[in-house]
Design a protein around this ligand. Sequence first.
Ligand code: NAG
Ligand code: NAG
Ligand code: NAG
Ligand code: NAG
Ligand code: NAG
Ligand code: NAG
Length: 665
Amino acid sequence: MLINLFTALCLFVVVPFSNLDAVILPNPQRDAAVGADLAQVRSFTVGKNCFLKDGQPFRYISGSFHYWRQPPEYWEDTFHKMRAAGLNAVQTYLSWNLHEPEPEQYNFRGNVNIRRFIKTAQTSGLLVVLRPGPFIDAEVDMGGLPYWLLRMNSTMHLRSSDQSYLTYVERWFRKVLPLLADLTYANGGPIITVQVENEYGSYGSDLVYKEFLRDLTRELLGPDVVLFTTDGAADYLVVGGKVNGTLTTVDFGTGANVTQNFIDIERKYNTDGPLVNSEFYPGWLDHWAEPFNTVDYQDVVKTMKDMLDFSASFNTYMFYGGSNFGFGAGSNFGDTLEVIIQSYDYDAPISEAGDPTEKFMKIRELLGRYVPLPPGPVPPARPKAAYGKVRMVHAGNLFQNLPELIHSNSIKSPLPLSFEVLKQAHGFVLYRTVIPFATRDPSKLTVDRLYDRAIVFLDEKPIATLSRSAGVTSVDIYAEAGQTLDLLVQNEGRICFGSHINEMKGILGNVSIDGHNLTTWQMFPIDLPGFPVHDPKPFGFTEREIPSEFGLQAPSFYFGEFVVTERQDTFLQLDGWRHGYAFVNGRNLGRYWPVQGPQKTLYVPGVFLHENAPNILELFELEGAPCGHAQSCVITFVDQPHLNGTVPQLGTVRQLGTVRKLGKS
Ligand SMILES: *[C@@H]1O[C@H](CO)[C@@H](O)[C@H](O)[C@H]1NC(C)=O
Ligand SMILES: *[C@@H]1O[C@H](CO)[C@@H](O)[C@H](O)[C@H]1NC(C)=O
Ligand SMILES: *[C@@H]1O[C@H](CO)[C@@H](O)[C@H](O)[C@H]1NC(C)=O
Ligand SMILES: *[C@@H]1O[C@H](CO)[C@@H](O)[C@H](O)[C@H]1NC(C)=O
Ligand SMILES: *[C@@H]1O[C@H](CO)[C@@H](O)[C@H](O)[C@H]1NC(C)=O
Ligand SMILES: *[C@@H]1O[C@H](CO)[C@@H](O)[C@H](O)[C@H]1NC(C)=O
């Protein structure tokens, strides 16, 4: 087939730089004066090979930036940087699980104030491409679906026309989309296009579901917004994901054959609309225990140029990645569980801490040849502080602090219950039983379907770590009747992609000793703050002596105080510490795991700190603190991130805690 490239091009006029693309707001007087109703003044539609903005050929150059991954105090600065790079749009998902963490308990404040995010984008001169999901992947817990769906009905078929699922989706869309309806382009806002589902062809082909979402979105946002689907650039994916009556778009990264993806694939399903790559990857996501991923800027610029020469619209995923604060990161399921790291830097053009990189400057240079850039320099990087060492103090182990850490009474049940049934969204549950029978030496303790990781204790002494991703779910133990067996089970993040997204967390099978299933369990959901929280408060620990036996290896809390005269972004370096969670002034920065890698530092936004008043850093260290000497019981605040550290050699067992042989008492 001979393709006339010319007919595939969108021929638009390049107009001088204007920061008003997105910000012209409805003005009844002016609109009346020109005898126009608003819809005629502001319109965004699909034309031949182009979008039409107010009737004029238009292409968007967008970047992904997820509001929950950066403190709201920094949003505007990031938008200005995106604009300075030559972008005219920002793309974001909605993360349902953050807005409805428990059924009908809605949150639209602070870090998840989506209206503020969209309006700030507009006043910064950016249009908005909105992707409400409800499934988003985005490497977040359960791909953005709320965990409680699994409690409502454990057999519901997610991302399908299963009525038990649609009921909750519809309730959510009817809550959130009306909040955004006045922000569509035609209504005076910046939202130009809205995605239906998300790469649905990678998951299913349920036409009823796709049409349900399409029709509901239309009903709630009105007929004037352009709807689209996104799928990988392959026929079988596009066929599974496309929906009649919406614009079909594709996604692909660097090194792709742009002609093939746009002309051989997208054009088959989008015969004369604008060509769009909805996710162009300038970097990539990262898992614990795998080397940090990078993409060379030369490859980014080359593929971007190819897309620009097609006059295509495209979105760079991610232009700014940011951080997975708290328990927000999800996991993938490949050969085993692959857990997303805490940073979502993504090797993106704007770094995790919000700074323009070399890749940013090269992209700007390229875009400057195609579109007018805003006058003036690129907004500078925020200053970073190396606050140095902070002495940490032991504040008691898990068991000493247990009464303060459980938000409700413990739950008793003959068999272990899942996190979902226990209403524990994230983090940890302590499972406890008493060994009821005499055992052999050694005997084999096995946890069936351990999701995901557990520290095993006998009479409150840590003896082993089990891990699903390491493939270690049983261990030899030396125990006797009457001893207390505890398992501190860690949810490492629900699966965010593929057919396992409906998987629960906790102990889903049985715990057995030499094949005998243990019954009579007591479960303690551990109450650690997630993210975002509106009123962060430190735990308020007090110093306690380190118990001598296994004191440093037992999961324990530590705290330290420091004062800064000027609050600036900084990075928490945890050399010598092994694995745990860090909290600054009650905000959960997330998981640190320097012995695993590749991430060695945690980003601390300056806005999390207080000036000239004590700042409280608290750690929940699971596997071993460097606190044998006061001099080594420290953390360090540095002014550089370290995300690309070493990881365990391929083929070796991934990092486990110590397995200890205990004598009987
Ligand atoms: C749970 O979902 C399944 C599958 O849709 C359905 O057959 C069943 O009736 C639902 N149960 C409840 C209690 O809603
Ligand atoms: C797609 O939509 C058009 C008009 O909206 C309609 O005529 C056509 O039958 C639809 N096709 C399918 C496969 O539903
Ligand atoms: C890219 O795809 C086009 C269209 O299929 C093809 O003609 C061209 O040879 C491909 N280029 C490369 C370098 O493979
Ligand atoms: C756990 O063991 C009990 C018997 O002790 C059995 O009834 C139950 O089905 C087992 N659970 C699973 C998930 O296999
Ligand atoms: C013990 O639990 C396992 C699953 O965890 C199950 O397969 C097995 O049947 C149970 N044994 C008995 C005797 O119930
Ligand atoms: C890690 O990143 C730093 C800074 O960009 C770079 O100098 C170093 O070579 C990288 N190390 C590895 C192992 O990639």
